[in-house]
Design a protein around this ligand. Structure first.
Ligand SMILES: O=C(NCCCCCn1ccnc1)c1cc(-c2ccc(F)cc2)cc(O)c1O
Ligand SMILES: [Mg+2]
Length: 214
């Protein structure tokens, strides 16, 4: 019976990465996706931009929308201060099951809370469920047509504070036109575009970093 792409990514991690070594997990996935099989991880080039933003913000609370196989989850969590918490939402149960194992292999399970379900359902429940006040950093990497509605939902639910950072993947490819239009024209945000490339390709893509002004 045929394996799934996430299953093949997990196998590559278990074969090539060292347990408890997040950077080796990131490297193993990048090697596999660059040389064996493309997959929609944020990747190494945009990943370096992600790393610099995480390091600059040094967040105590992080929300990731779109876990996939846990590549960016591991990448972010490996840079967090010891008591920081990362909540990651994944809609697809198959992806979530793989991501849990990738996160465990990296030894980061105690920093990460993986929640299965739809972001639109979960965002209004995060405060009560996880005792979260606000998020210092949000990484948007899920369905591209959900970036805008979920951003508005986070505003309405009081999950953003003055200075909260939103970092959005794929604003060029596949593209998030309605989100870009909103966030770049809203007086409540200050945005900056980081030009890069679609993971493991030469196609243009980039990350949009936006500061919520309150
Ligand atoms: O669709 C993407 N991600 C969302 C996956 C489903 C999220 C499910 N979910 C999780 C939580 N709530 C909902 C994505 C796609 C591409 C891409 C680019 C070019 C191409 F030709 C094909 C694909 C590149 C990415 O970097 C991406 O992130
Ligand atoms: Mg992406």
């Amino acid at each position: 019976t045929q394996t799934t792409r996430p299953q093949r990514i997990l196998a590559a991690v278990q074969k090539n990465a060292t347990r408890g070594d997040p950077r080796s997990v990131v490297k193993a996935i990048d090697q596999f996706c660059r040389h064996k099989e493309w997959a929609m991880n944020v990747g190494d080039e945009k990943g370096c931009i992600l790393d610099s933003v995480v390091t600059e913000v040094n967040p105590a609370t992080v929300l990731e929308l779109g876990t996939y196989c846990g590549y960016s989850t591991v990448r972010i969590a490996s840079l967090l201060p010891s008591h920081a918490k990362l909540i990651t939402l994944e809609f697809d149960p198959g992806n979530a099951a793989i991501a849990r194992q990738v996160i465990a292999w990296a030894g980061l399970a105690d920093k990460i809370q993986l929640v299965e379900g739809a972001s639109g359902d979960w965002i209004p429940k995060l405060k009560e469920k996880f005792g979260i006040e606000t998020f210092d950093l949000v990484f948007l990497d899920h369905w591209k047509d959900r970036y805008l509605p979920d951003t508005k939902l986070m505003e309405e639910c009081g999950l953003l504070r003055k200075g909260s950072i939103l970092l959005a993947d794929n604003v060029i490819c596949p593209g998030t036109p309605d989100y870009l239009e909103y966030i770049r024209n809203s007086p409540r945000y200050k945005s900056q575009y980081f030009k890069s490339h679609l993971e493991y390709t030469k196609a243009e893509d980039g990350l949009e970093k936006s500061v919520f002004l309150g």
